[in-house]
Design a protein around this ligand. Structure first.
Ligand SMILES: Nc1nc2c(c(=O)[nH]1)N[C@H]1C(S)=C(S)[C@@H](COP(=O)(O)O)O[C@H]1N2
Ligand SMILES: [Mo]
Length: 285
């Protein structure tokens, strides 16, 4: 399947990615929104309810605040045209989020790191593009969008300086796990295999193109963005993304793509599996 083509018409809520069922009492807006949507029984309008569920909780809250809803707002929303499946105020709020994400992203700001002894094995979450039909021995990393495409082995990548870090893998669902990772910095990978590249974005896809992630270059070049091959002191298992996965602790779990097959440099904002389903493209923390 080509990146950018939605896989099928199944419901778009990822397992373990849906909004918490009960509002977080520490988030007053969330509570207010949940109450107002209950009162309006939006279940008769699948489009608004689905659009809301499709967004990350933060985007949901921001979009809700942007609409400054109240009952009238919700009825007004229901009458609006859809833009890429979302009523346009939601879409506009998401795009504003992206502009803010871009403007506010500080490449020097790092995710919190933890003591090694706090590291645990994360649950196996998200199996798109990591099916059984895969031979790690035949694996190569394809690098495209360069003057000349490259095909690299794991040994080529492991020749770069090794970095370890203990960071929190945060899933949009609301769980997180402290994990120790080892790998190479994406920035070192670029310097060695794509030196001089000046594209705005990078696209990472699984070997079967089923899962794909788009990153802006500043996030990709962040010092904590790793191409990882070890988790908690052992080689990555296939379930966790062997032979090579992305670890990007300044982003939600969705961007931490497992089993990378191709890294493509591009100036066009790349397709992103969960962004296509309405999640915030940046998925920043
Ligand atoms: N190829 C692929 N990578 C993926 C996913 C997926 O479905 N397919 N899910 C993502 C999500 S939602 C999360 S939270 C993390 C979970 O990583 P883990 O299974 O190693 O805990 O992987 C991310 N990377
Ligand atoms: Mo996730």
């Amino acid at each position: 399947m080509m990146p950018g083509v939605p896989p099928d018409d199944r419901p778009v809520i990822p397992p373990g990615e849906n909004l918490p069922l009960s509002p977080d009492p520490t988030e007053p807006e969330a509570t207010a929104l949940a109450q107002s949507s209950d009162a309006l029984s939006l279940s008769d309008d699948a489009s608004v309810a689905t659009a809301m569920r499709r967004m990350t909780r933060r985007s949901f809250i921001k979009a809700g605040v942007a609409v400054a809803a109240g009952a009238g707002g919700f009825y007004w929303l229901k009458s609006l045209p859809q833009v890429q499946d979302l009523a346009w105020p939601f879409r506009t709020a998401l795009e504003t989020n992206e502009r803010l994400a871009n403007a506010l992203f500080d490449p020097q700001k790092t995710a919190v790191t933890h003591q090694r002894d706090l590291a645990e094995t994360p649950r196996i979450n998200g199996e798109v593009g990591v099916g059984a039909d895969f031979d790690p021995a035949q694996w190569q990393l394809h690098v495209t969008g360069l003057a000349t495409a490259k095909a690299l082995s794991l040994t080529d990548i492991q020749a770069l300086p090794r970095h370890e870090m203990v960071t929190e893998l945060m899933c949009i669902e609301g769980w997180s796990t402290v994990v120790q990772w080892a790998g190479v910095r994406f920035a070192d990978f670029v310097a060695r295999f794509a030196s001089g590249i000046r594209t705005r974005y990078v696209h990472l896809t699984t070997p079967d193109d089923a899962y794909y992630v788009g990153l802006d270059m500043a996030s990709a070049m962040h010092p904590q963005t790793l191409l990882a091959f070890e988790m908690n002191g052992a080689p990555l298992s296939l379930d966790h993304g062997a032979p090579l996965r992305l670890v990007i602790p300044v982003k939600y779990g969705v961007k931490n793509i497992k089993r990378i097959g191709t890294i493509r440099f591009t100036d066009e904002r790349p397709a992103d599996y969960w962004a296509e389903k309405g999640y915030d493209w940046y998925a920043g923390l």
